[in-house]
Design a binder for this molecule. Structure first.
Ligand SMILES: Nc1ncnc2c1ncn2[C@@H]1O[C@H](COP(=O)(O)OP(=O)(O)OP(=O)(O)O)[C@@H](O)[C@H]1O
Ligand SMILES: [Mg+2]
Length: 256
């Protein structure tokens, strides 16, 4: 699983929120190169907010986020841009540009961040589409694709610059069970063939046990991490009854 003892992402004593409201506090965890790390939590617990902090979109109240040992929270804009080159993200809302073909969507980051020739960019786009099973759909518009295909295309775009870390926010949410399973299979096969580090936000229990190697569980009520470890191990042996019940049943409900 881990290929190195140095974490590729290290979150230390993070406290995050909006205005004066704390969403999560005392959040600390490490992600190791090559692993599939899951961030789990009920709706509104702060998963997307945590992810957006990890890619530098928001600044925390306190704490650190180290990417490859470099502190994102203290970086100036140009350092930040350099650190973020290591990261690809597929947002919860999908966010392919509707007025652009798949090829044009995937070309965007290449145009912005590389000096590749036009031919080379097209080749990279086709390789990425091939990797997510969408070769041949270069000229399709997002609206011409199913929900599952749109998610795949968003992952292809996130991979455009060959990032070392891929952040996926709810890659299989809103899809039917079969399509959702196919997305999980895609994540597994990319992880095995590309050795990319995955940080996957989800609230789908079936996905976690299939793709997660280690995880954290965010507890909305306690506003912090309730547990971290291997999914199956936590489901069976967590000393915290809330964690066990959380991992053993759906839907995910906070006790009073
Ligand atoms: N930009 C924002 N400004 C103010 N509050 C926000 C903002 N974004 C999120 N929140 C609040 O932060 C809390 C956590 O939201 P977040 O979207 O991170 O949860 P989530 O765990 O991703 O939920 P879901 O499973 O529904 O995607 C919510 O109470 C939400 O209303
Ligand atoms: Mg979310």
């Amino acid at each position: 699983m881990s290929e190195s003892n140095e974490p590729i992402v290290s979150v230390k004593n993070l406290s995050i929120g909006f205005d004066n409201e704390i969403i999560m506090k005392d959040v600390s965890f490490d992600v190791y190169p090559g692993e599939r790390f899951v961030i789990l939590g009920g709706s509104g617990s702060g998963k997307s907010t945590l992810l957006k902090h990890m890619i530098g979109l928001y600044s925390p109240f306190s704490g650190q986020i180290l990417i490859n040992g470099q502190d994102l929270t203290r970086a100036d804009e140009s350092q930040k841009m350099r650190i973020l080159q290591a990261i690809g993200i597929s947002y919860q809302s999908g966010a392919l540009f509707g007025s652009m073909s798949l090829l044009e969507n995937i070309r965007l980051p290449l145009e912005e961040f590389t000096n590749l020739s036009s031919t080379a960019m097209d080749l990279v786009c086709r390789i990425k589409l091939f990797q997510v099973g969408l070769l041949g759909y270069e000229n399709h518009m997002p609206s011409e694709l199913s929900g599952g295909m749109q998610k795949r295309a968003a992952i292809a775009r996130a991979m455009a610059l060959d990032p070392a870390i891929l952040f996926l926010d709810e890659p299989s949410a809103g899809l039917d069970p079969i399509t959702s399973l196919e997305l999980d299979e895609l994540v597994l096969s990319l992880s095995r063939s590309l050795k990319v580090t995955f940080v996957i936000v989800t609230h789908e229990l079936s996905s976690i046990f299939k793709i997660g190697q280690r995880m954290i569980i965010l507890d909305k009520k306690r506003k912090t991490i309730a547990a971290q470890g291997a999914p199956e191990e936590l489901r069976l042996n967590s000393p915290d009854p809330w964690v066990r019940s959380f991992l053993n049943r759906e839907p995910l409900i906070n006790p009073d």
